[in-house]
Design a protein around this ligand. Structure first.
Ligand code: CMC
Length: 431
């Protein structure tokens, strides 16, 4: 705690009040206004949390102006180059990268939990075949809480840990099952000898009638997608997980809430929406028309995959994803992919256009991740499931941090009430 203070001057001669200012390791200081209501009877007004820090966190840091993203202090570029996804999971959950022995142990602990209870299959049978996989994922992840009564004591760190392993291990199985169900193919059991991403690809693409060999370049690309989406500070879905968890709800239910929030097109649904948009534009010759539409407030159209609440510079994840996009398209001989060319042209024009430059609207991670996934054969409606799969470790690390925080309280925002003042109910014949 520092002795820096912010002084609030109130109207009508009321005495001014000091509030402590806290400094983090890096990033903006935070004025601690927790005592504001008690001392002044006033609340702050900040819809969308534009200027509000909802917690202390030591997991992820973003400098949106500089385009920096750190997991536990490590730049995302270095993690994407030198680590695999499970090393990043270890880092997010435990604060440090694993050494070789710790990595073997961690990988084994995750991979041992990849199977789901056989009863879970019955949940799938209840969904329509054409249900969106995110709808299935919300339901089945929430349903996991009905299976693990042995580990739902939130105050026991070993229960929290086993739940974390179960969630990280089972979500690829559930996501792959959601896909297989939608196309009428049999579920594929996990193969724990394969790595995390290779196993997911096998569960997604293999059929019992044929041998399936995982392409290592594609598995590595998928692993990178997972790394880039693993955590992102107090975004909407993470805040949802924290808010749900603040009431003491179990982690499976909280992660299901996070998945529901992620589904929206302004958040995790943007990669699906971005690919739909590229398909709609269809040809490089129509890029200018859509740029014009995006600038017209009355059109209700936005360039999907552009802009970010925090990044007011090129999203560092988008740079890495662009690189991966080249690698995957080269590997598959799709260098001249129509949508990729269209995306690059859209990016080029938007980065030069005054509207986008002035508003600091740069491509975000979703701009290229959809093209990579499509090239790999992943259907568009699975993109957000893959985001959810990757973000599960971030949600669970943030949830765990919240539960362990002695300052944690149930999340309960105030409001500025603008409805009717008190009034009397009239008899029905006088209304
Ligand atoms: N296309 C056109 N105009 C835009 C766009 C866009 N993609 N994004 C923002 N603007 C304009 C917006 O109209 C507003 O203009 P003005 O100031 O004249 O009213 C200004 O830029 C600021 O926008 P905002 O909506 O106030 O900004 P925000 O921080 O609330 O929203 C956002 C951030 C990501 C929701 C928004 O940029 C957006 O809708 N982008 C498209 C969806 C998208 O790609 N989402 C993925 C986000 S990255 C993945 C993730 O972390 O989930």
């Amino acid at each position: 705690m520092s002795d820096k203070k912010a002084n609030l001057i109130l109207p009508n001669g009321e005495p001014s009040i000091d509030f402590p200012i806290h400094s983090g390791t890096i990033g903006p200081d935070a004025v601690d206004i927790r005592a504001l209501l008690g001392k002044t009877g006033k609340v702050t007004y900040d819809p969308g949390f534009l200027s509000t820090a909802s917690c202390r966190s030591a997991i992820t840091y973003i400098d949106g102006d500089e385009g920096v993203l750190l997991y536990r202090g490590y730049p995302i570029e270095q993690l994407a180059k030198h680590c695999d996804f499970l090393e990043v999971c270890h880092l997010l959950m435990n604060g440090e990268l694993p050494n070789s022995a710790e990595k073997s142990d961690f990988d084994l602990r995750v991979m041992r939990h990849t199977m789901v209870h056989d009863q879970i299959n019955n949940f799938f049978r209840g969904f329509r075949r054409d249900a969106h996989p995110m709808a299935i994922l919300v339901g089945t992840v929430g349903a996991l809480s009905a299976f693990y009564h042995d580990s739902l004591d939130l105050n026991d760190p070993s229960h929290r840990e086993i739940s974390a392993f179960r969630l990280i291990a089972k979500i690829p199985t559930l996501a792959a099952m959601a896909y297989k169900y939608s196309i009428g193919q049999p579920f594929v059991y996990p193969d724990n000898e394969l790595g995390y991403s290779a196993n997911f690809m096998r569960m997604l693409f293999s059929v019992p009638a044929e041998e399936y060999k995982v392409n290592p370049t594609l598995a590595r690309a998928l692993d990178r997608i997972f790394i880039l989406h693993a955590d992102h500070e107090q975004n909407a879905s993470t805040s949802t997980v924290r808010l749900a968890g603040s009431s003491g709800a179990n982690p499976f239910a909280c992660v299901a809430a996070g998945i529901a929030c992620l589904w929206g097109p302004a958040h995790g649904g943007a990669n699906e929406a971005c690919l739909d948009m590229l398909e709609e534009i269809g040809d490089v010759s129509r890029v200018n028309e859509y740029i014009k539409k995006a600038k017209d407030k009355n059109s209700g159209f936005r360039l999907m995959g552009f802009g970010h609440r925090v990044y007011k510079n090129y999203d560092p994840r988008a740079k890495l994803m662009r690189e991966t996009c080249h690698e995957v398209l080269n590997e598959l001989g799709l260098e001249n992919d129509r949508l990729f060319k269209l995306a690059m042209e859209l990016e080029r024009i938007a980065l030069e256009d005054d509207y986008f430059v002035e508003k600091k609207l740069y491509p975000n991670v979703d701009f290229y991740s959809g093209i990579v996934q499509r090239a790999m054969g992943i259907p568009t409606n699975m993109f957000t499931c893959i985001f959810a799969l990757a973000r599960t470790v971030g949600w669970i690390a943030q949830w765990n941090e919240m539960i362990s925080d002695s300052e944690q309280k149930i999340g309960r925002p105030r409001q500025l009430y603008v409805g009717e003042a008190i009034r009397d109910v009239k008899q029905i014949d006088h209304r």
